[in-house]
Every structure is written in C-alpha cells, then in structure tokens.
Design a protein around this ligand. Structure first.
Ligand SMILES: [Zn+2]
Length: 480
C-alpha cells in the first residue's frame, strides 16, 4: 500500500522527515511567517499546558513564587557579565527603533532573563533575612535560529525560568540540584522519558555559569536531547549586578545565584521518545485526550451510538479521564481510527450498533500486542484509569529498555565510533577542550553529561590516551 497524504515517512527511512511531517499532520504546530518561528496549535498547546501544570505545581510546592519580568532588556545589562554576552551575542534580536525614532540605547528581546532579574534582585535583597529569594517566571524568549526545527530549535519558544539567590554556595548548590530533581521527575514520571541527570563538561556550560547540570533523554534515532538544565552561577551575576546582603555578623556579602529552565523543547522529546511509523504515541499523563470514543453507524443507528458515546464520555470525565468523542460521521470509522493513531491518543473505544446491543465497547490501545478487546460498557469508567496507568508504565519501560540497549561502555576508539552511530557511548575522557573538539569533528558526537550516578572509574582517554578526568565515565552522543 502506498503512503497516502495522511501517513508519515517511516522512521527508518528518514527520521527527520518523519518528525517534520508528524508535527504538522498531528496538528501540533504550523510554521510562523518570521524565520524560525512556530505557531503552536491547540492540540500542541494543550500538551504544553499539561507539562506546565505538572511542573508549576512542583515549583510552587518547593517554595518558589511566580513573577513576570519585561520582555525588553537594556543592551547594557547583557554587557555586564562578559561570558554571558559573548555566549548569547550571535542569537540576539535587538530593537533599535521604536515609536518612530531611533532609540538612545538599543533593547534586547530577552534570550533569557538572568540580567534583568539580577537587577531586581539587587533591589530586593539587602539582608540575610531576605534570602533565599526563590523566583520563577513562565515566559517566551527569543534566540535567533538559523536552522529551525519545530519544538527543538525555534527563534521564539516558551519556557519557565527559575532564578534564585542564596546566602552561600552550599544553599545555592542544593537549589541547583533540587531543580534538576524536579526536571528528572517530570521527564520520567509524567513524560515517560527515562532521562539521565548529570553535569555538563566545561565546554558545554551555560554562558556565565560555574556549573551546569542537565537531563539527557535518548530519542528513537539514538540521538540525545537536552531536556532541561540547571545552573549554579557562583557569584558571577551577583558581582555584575551588585546582588549583596548583610550577613548576621553584619558583613556585606555577595549572593550565590542559580537559574534553571525547561521549555517547549520537551514536547519534541515526547514525540521522538515514543512516536512510531503510525504517528504520535502520547503518555497518558500528557495526552490532551487520554481516551477517544468513536461511535460507528449511519442514520438512526449512528444517532444511537453517538448518544451512547456522549453518555460514556460523561462518565469517564467524572472519573477524571480526559475524553473526546469523535462523531465526525461523514468520515469513515477507519479514517477516524487512523487519525487518532496519528495523533497519539493512548486508548480508543469503538462503539458500533452491535456493541451497543450487547452492552459492550471495543477497546484498542495505541501500542501493545493484546489487540482489540471487547469490554462491558458499564465497567469502562472503572477500568480505564488502570489501563492508562499501565500504558504510562509500559512506555517508560519500553523507553528505558531502548536507551539501555543503545548505550555501550566503550574502551577503544573503534567501539566508541560504533556506539555513537546508533546511540550513546559511555567512555573515559581526558576532559580537554581540544580533545572534545576532535571527537566532534570526527564523529559529530559531544559529551552529553557526566552522569550523577556513574561509578567511580579512572583510566585513559578513549581518543587521545591521556589520563581521564572527572573520576567516572562520560556519556557521548550525537545530539539535537
Ligand atoms: Zn582526550
């Protein structure tokens, strides 16, 4: 059978084409008119709202408060932290004219908000009693993108950015790791992505940070996706913005700050961790519709199954299940089944006249070998929450097995090359920037992270043979 216009290119044939076709056909996004921008359509935006809900609740539960800072930042603010401005310069969008005149000082459309929040922190913090200051903002940011990919790299994207100020290094580092834990939990328990938390090497650090931590997920093409980062800034931004406090002993001290972010990129991670040749596969906790009911039949019979479907949907919603009735009667049942497979609904319930007569409904899961099952209509609301939980757990298990079977501990350059061709290599590395650059030039792989739970180990660098750094293995892989 040929590929009709609703199907997508198989992953094995061209993963990138699969992805690009799928995000459009599943109605997640459309291209924006300005280069690299994306329009997030309602189905995609609902997914983002569900990620937001889960993350926002955890952010608030751990004592942070949401605030909102301006989109436009005076150019001079960025210049105050030398590494920060150097890192972001190539991606900045700058407003030079406004109100019909050239501005005296250009304004930057925020690429991130350390500088403007740092300026405010300096105003708000004066005593040790003002610390810690725990802020978060939900916002859009702009980083000019020359090679855009929907959700993964777009000129404008949505995210949350946490910004905190602390009295000392120990407290700021606890905060940095707390944020990383929140991200790990949301990725694993909500998005069913078994990410590896770890630290970035110096070359991969955030511009202006002392230490950068990351969660890395493995996509179904074996590439890594950085799905959230948390940074310990030391006193770099405190120095640049005079964020100081008077200690209990009456001394003026610099604050230690952190920042951390998770973005709409996470949606790309969900798509590439679970999706297949039929389309999206959404983890129930993030699926806009966890269950889609498709009533079948024409005329009076159609009216009866539609009414029964709506009644069932009401009972499922009351049981806390996000449910949608697809009663587009002008479209064939087969077309509607395929459509919800493409759009990744975890469970489909098919309700035809004969099912209605026997008081049953046909349940089809988006993945799994059990095939379709006929279940009593009356027990659906009771059964479905458990079915969805099992499906969620199945996705995490499958993704973990995939990751583990595509990760290899390597001792030689040959096996390193093999490993990064289809997944990740766990290797000892010398930690030198030039050697990292050599690896990137040879096989397009970069150090993704030094896993937090890696076992202590030392030896020789997999490429240059110098003594290994870090005291453990590093994950290398090709990355988005
Ligand atoms: Zn080396």
């Amino acid at each position: 059978m040929g590929r009709d216009e609703r199907g997508v290119t198989p992953q094995q044939e061209d993963f990138s084409a699969w992805y690009n076709e799928l995000v459009a056909k599943a109605q997640l996004v459309d291209r924006g008119p300005a280069k690299g921008t994306m329009v997030i359509r309602p189905y995609g935006y609902r997914l983002w709202e569900l990620i937001q809900d889960e993350l926002d609740r955890r952010i608030k539960d751990t004592g942070h408060e949401n605030a909102y800072f301006p989109l436009l930042i005076p150019e001079s603010y960025l210049r105050r932290e030398a590494d920060h401005v150097e890192g972001f310069s190539p991606e900045l969008a700058v407003v030079t004219h406004a109100g019909g005149k050239e501005l005296e000082e250009p304004l930057i459309v925020r690429p991130t908000s350390e500088t403007i929040i740092g300026e405010m922190m300096a105003k708000w913090v004066s005593s040790h009693r003002d610390l810690p200051l725990l802020l978060n903002q939900w916002a859009n940011v702009v980083r000019w993108e020359l090679r855009p990919r929907m959700f993964l790299r777009t000129t404008e994207f949505l995210w949350q950015e946490g910004h905190t100020a602390h009295a000392g290094e120990a407290d700021a580092m606890r905060e940095t790791m707390l944020a990383l834990d929140l991200y790990t939990e949301v990725a694993r328990d909500v998005a069913a992505i078994p990410v590896v938390p770890g630290e970035k090497t110096a070359g991969e650090r955030f511009a202006g940070a002392v230490r950068t931590f990351t969660i890395e997920g493995m996509m179904r093409d074996g590439k890594a996706l950085q799905a959230g980062t948390s940074h310990y800034m030391g006193t770099n931004f405190a120095k640049a913005f005079d964020i100081q406090y008077t200690s209990e002993a009456g001394q003026l001290e610099l604050c230690h700050t952190t920042s951390w972010g998770m973005s709409t990129r996470m949606i790309g991670g969900v798509i590439m961790t679970h999706g297949d040749d039929k389309g999206l596969v959404l983890p129930p906790r993030l699926a806009p519709y966890q269950v889609v009911i498709v009533p079948i039949g024409r005329g009076d019979q159609g009216a009866q199954t539609s009414a029964a479907a709506r009644e069932l949907a009401g009972r499922l919603k009351a049981a806390g299940v996000r449910t949608h009735v697809d009663d587009r009667a002008q479209l064939s049942p087969g077309f509607r089944f395929n459509d919800w497979e493409l759009r990744g609904a975890p469970v489909r319930l098919e309700l035809g006249p004969r099912d209605l007569e026997s008081g049953t409904v046909v349940m089809a899961k988006r993945l799994g070998d059990e095939g379709k099952q006929s279940i009593p209509l009356s027990s659906v609301p009771e059964l479905l929450p458990g079915v969805l939980e099992d499906f969620q757990a199945f996705l995490l298990r499958r993704a973990t097995e995939f990751r583990d079977s595509h990760t290899a501990e390597v001792e030689s350059w040959d096996s390193f090359t093999d490993a990064v061709a289809s997944g990740w290599a766990l290797a000892l590395h010398c930690g030198k920037a030039a050697c990292e650059a050599d690896i990137k030039a040879k096989v397009a792989a970069t150090p993704r992270c030094i896993p937090l739970d890696g076992a202590p180990e030392t030896g020789r660098c997999v490429l240059c043979g110098d003594a290994s750094a870090y005291g453990k293995r590093v994950i290398f892989g090709r990355a988005y």
